[in-house]
Design a protein around this ligand. Structure first.
Ligand code: ADP
Ligand code: ZN
Length: 523
């Protein structure tokens, strides 16, 4: 195909790629780019981002320049394109000098439709000057979230890509990514200096996944109940926070008669491979895993993803639960969480060696996740809104199926906050609840907390009720966790207004499914 032909997108889609029609927002995005506009394209993995730049690159004269940090994947992309008859090549550090020279020559002569570059290439002024001599169709910046310090994929070379906007203001640019939270979005627009970009967010909803989040009461019993309600032929993943817990959970599930296999980075490579293999090939395998299990897992018929511990962020939760139901059939994302998890995650953040700015980011991410856990709204809506996507209340998550009642929790909040204050802002939830309920145990007596004015003022709520209230107050920022000490609860900055009666608090009523045992603790 000659570089000066201008072809219609549909024609390219059908004749070159052999696809019938565009998916989702693809047509709109391509139209926008063909008109010369910049765009920010947010779609989950597998959503069909590539065609959004490949098609317009073939429609417009000149070469489409794709910037990607994943050298290993460039070769695959190029090969796939060549098979479609598209003239594409990659230019990166893995090429021999002769090969690189050939690619550059082909570009200079306008023989290429698409060229894939690593971002480092654009740090070279010589190469940029050379680009200036080539007719350019567009720039596509793949994995654009790498420009942001928010995520874990930050790449300094990406921050230099604003040079493109300065040197080639007339060439349209698309930034593409599967990571879409608000702060990252802002970083991409600002860092890449996109010009009045149109924002395209779509495809994040996974309608066949049913979400539910429950208070962690007796996690083993809860998991056993959950599994008992499913077919023994279902494959699933149970995520745990530590390697040790992964192994203990697998053993315990095996004792219950399930086929459970552990997976974590501390296991032998051979064992990991064997377990993963069985998960792919056999029916009814449950993998208990740390987050090490996930990269490249595209088993289509994973029927459930269970979390026994809190993930790090809503993105992580979305990714991990997204491994369920790739085949589009009904699947479940199930999680139990408790205040101890929040304390653990906060400790992780504070005790890490990360810079203060990074810690602040991680705290905000954790807070967003807690907001999701404690919401009284449709969970799918909360999840999608975090990614900038939207939906109607879904009817297929726990809060839709069993609407959560809320109550005026101002008085409960005042009692809890003053109890935390009177006990010296040093104790964890268990002790605070003991005092609220008026427990007469040894520890309470030793500390003299049975003499406090807040001792026994909370008998109207159950132990689990109070645990839920304390969790919610923590997620609202009214209580904070003393991570420098032993994870005791302290008053947050807003708590004063509540104590003075200047602020009303609405809380969710804990919904406890009756058949579940109300015993606390357990692991
Ligand atoms: P992403 O880059 O967003 O992860 P891809 O661009 O790799 O996703 O697309 C995922 C898969 O969907 C690919 O196999 C691609 O060929 C296919 N695909 C994308 N758009 C269409 C379409 N309009 N019609 C049919 N298949 C499509
Ligand atoms: Zn819902």
């Amino acid at each position: 195909m000659g570089p000066l032909d201008s072809r219609l997108p549909e024609e390219v889609l059908q004749n070159v790629f052999g696809f019938e029609s565009f998916r989702g927002q693809q047509a709109e995005i391509i139209d926008h780019v063909l008109k010369g506009g910049d765009a920010l394209v947010l779609m989950p993995t597998g959503g069909g981002k590539s065609l959004c730049y490949q098609v317009p690159a073939l429609c417009r004269p000149g070469v489409g320049v794709v910037i990607s940090p994943l050298i290993a994947l460039m070769a695959d992309q190029v090969q796939a394109l060549n098979q479609y008859g598209v003239k594409a090549a990659a230019l990166n550090s893995s090429l021999e000098r002769d090969e690189a020279r050939e690619v550059v020559q082909a570009m200079a002569q306008g023989e290429l439709d698409l060229v894939y570059l690593s971002p480092e290439r654009l740090s070279s002024q010589g190469f940029l000057d050379f680009l200036g001599t080539c007719p350019l169709a567009l720039f596509a910046i793949d994995e654009a979230h790498c420009v942001s310090q928010w995520g874990h994929d930050f790449r300094p070379e990406y921050q230099k890509l604003n040079i493109l906007s300065r040197m080639f203001p007339q060439v349209p640019r698309l930034a593409l990514t599967a990571t879409a939270d608000e702060p990252t979005r802002l970083d991409m627009v600002q860092g890449l200096e996109l010009m009045e970009p149109r924002l395209f967010i779509s495809g994040f909803d996974r309608p066949n996944i049913q979400y539910s989040v429950k208070a962690k009461l007796n996690q083993r019993k809860q998991l056993a109940d959950f599994l008992a309600g499913r077919s023994p032929r279902d494959s699933g993943i149970v995520y745990c926070i530590s390697r040790d817990k992964v192994e203990r959970t697998a053993e315990w599930l095996n004792q219950l008669g399930y086929k459970a296999l552990p997976y974590h980075a501390g296991l032998d490579k051979e064992v990991r491979r064997a377990n993963q293999d069985r998960f792919f090939k056999e029916e009814g395998i449950i993998i208990t895993a740390t987050i090490a299990f996930g990269m490249g897992i595209d088993k289509p018929d994973v029927r459930f993803v269970a979390h026994l511990d809190l993930p790090k962020s809503l993105e992580a939760y979305y990714q991990e639960t997204g491994r369920a139901g790739r085949d589009g059939l009904p699947s479940e994302a199930w999680m139990v969480y408790g205040l101890e998890d929040v304390v653990k995650q906060k400790m992780f953040i504070e005790n890490s060696n990360a810079a203060e700015k990074q810690k602040r980011i991680e705290r905000q991410k954790l807070d967003a996740l807690l907001g999701f856990c404690e919401t009284v709204r449709c969970r799918r809506q909360v999840l999608l809104e975090y990614f900038g996507d939207t939906c109607e209340p879904c009817g297929n998550c726990d809060t839709c199926r069993e609407p959560v009642e809320s109550f005026d929790g101002t008085e409960a909040a005042q009692k809890a906050l003053s109890c935390v204050y009177r006990t010296g802002q040093r104790f964890g939830a268990n002790h605070v609840v003991d005092v609220l309920l008026g427990s007469d145990n040894q520890r309470v007596r030793d500390l003299g907390h049975n003499n406090l004015s807040t001792w026994g003022i909370g008998k109207e709520h159950s132990r689990n009720g109070w645990r839920s209230i304390l969790r919610q107050l923590t997620s609202l920022g009214l209580l904070s966790v003393d991570v420098a000490g032993h994870g005791g609860l302290r008053l947050g900055p807003e708590s004063r207004a509540v104590l003075r009666g200047e602020k009303e608090i609405r809380l969710r009523k804990e919904v406890l499914t009756p058949r579940k045992s109300p015993s606390s603790g357990g692991s």
